[in-house]
Design a protein around this ligand. Structure first.
Ligand code: SF4
Length: 346
């Protein structure tokens, strides 16, 4: 079924798909940081780890139904806390047919052992959330993180990849911009582009009001547009709950549970109805988490590339299997920047 969505954001048509285009799977909600801008810091639900059986069931279904659905084995939490238990999970996802696997991390555990695991498990893209370019700024924002350990670990990873001439995973360094760190974004960008990796900057997410602030954004029905997160992303908590979207860290809206249902059933059940409400602009009928949300305005990020080869590799990867990618790509402002839409919100 095709819905006409008007001309907001420059897109004209959007389809209801029978299966999500990306899926965030919470392998663990545990984390070693309490970042001031992260919904996990404020969420109330138990911070547990997903069973291996549940993870296997989800990725096996993705491999069968839509191998190009991008698998993100992180939702809230830090997957590298699982250590050696993480890599067989990713390798299993690859084995059952998943062709796009992206891991995001706070990057504070890039030990030799974890680097080997990351390079061997079949990962396509590795996003490291940095959000600062000095110890002072970084450690004030990412409470519990250590700037020196982060940068040493990233350099260790890049050196290991250079030595082995590895093209995968694509390495992307992320910087969420807000008042406390915006003065460092340009230096951050220059420093890491010089190291040959992709840099992504994105506006701050307020986790539908869980993190204070965000009142400056528009939120009225008159100016609102349908939410792309609702249309392309399934979000699964560690207990198997399928929730509203990648912003719903506390599970304010639970559409189903994957111990009793398949992801496809949930996606085409309650979530299809909610996408329909979005597309009809019936925002007042949505669950409260969507009604009060302003984050739908920032499901987008700027990516910067060190050269055209890296840019081509990156775009080939993120566009593959994506229905909505082209319609959200804005004209590049120069040879190395572009507008992309994907997850990696923390
Ligand atoms: S409007 Fe907000 S809460 Fe609702 S699906 Fe979009 S991002 Fe999620």
């Amino acid at each position: 079924m095709v819905y006409c969505l008007g001309h907001a954001y420059g897109w004209e048509m959007m389809e209801q798909t029978d299966f999500p285009q990306q899926c965030v799977i919470e392998v663990t909600a545990a984390c070693d940081q309490a970042c001031i801008h992260c919904g996990r810091t404020y969420m109330e639900r138990p911070k547990k780890t997903m069973s291996r059986e549940m993870f296997h069931r989800v990725v096996a279904e993705i491999g069968r139904e839509n191998p190009d659905c991008e698998v993100w084995p992180t939702f809230m939490g830090e997957a590298l806390l699982l250590g050696k238990r993480l890599f067989p999970l990713i390798a299993y996802a690859r084995q059952v047919g998943c062709r796009k696997i992206t891991l995001n991390s706070n990057g504070n555990r890039l030990t030799e052992e974890n680097i080997e695991g990351l390079l061997e498990c079949g990962l396509d893209r590795f996003i490291i959330s940095c959000d600062g370019h000095s110890a002072e700024t970084y450690e004030r924002i990412r409470i519990g993180g250590k700037f020196e350990r982060l940068y040493q670990g990233i350099h260790r990873l890049l050196e290991r990849m250079r030595t082995a001439r590895l093209q995968r995973p694509l390495i992307e360094l992320q910087f969420s911009i807000f008042n406390e760190n915006e003065h460092e974004v340009e230096d951050f960008k220059k420093y890491w582009l010089d190291q040959g990796v992709v840099v992504k900057s994105r506006p701050k997410v307020y986790w539908s009001g869980l993190v204070p602030g965000g009142g400056h954004r528009i939120s009225t029905s008159a100016t609102r547009t349908p939410c792309l997160w609702a249309f392309d992303t399934a979000a699964i908590h560690c207990n198997g709950n399928v929730v509203m979207c990648a912003i719903d860290c506390d599970g304010k809206y639970v559409a189903g549970n994957l111990s009793q249902q398949s992801l496809k059933q949930v996606w085409n059940g309650p979530l299809r109805w909610l996408r329909h409400l979005h597309s009809q602009r019936r925002f007042r009928e949505l669950p409260e988490i969507c009604r009060r949300c302003t984050d739908w305005q920032v499901k987008k990020a700027h990516a910067f590339f060190p050269d055209q080869t890296v840019r081509q590799q990156y775009e080939e990867y993120v566009r593959r299997g994506r229905l909505f990618y082209e319609t959200h790509t804005l004209a590049p402002s120069d040879q190395t920047t572009n507008f992309t839409v994907d997850g990696g919100v923390r």
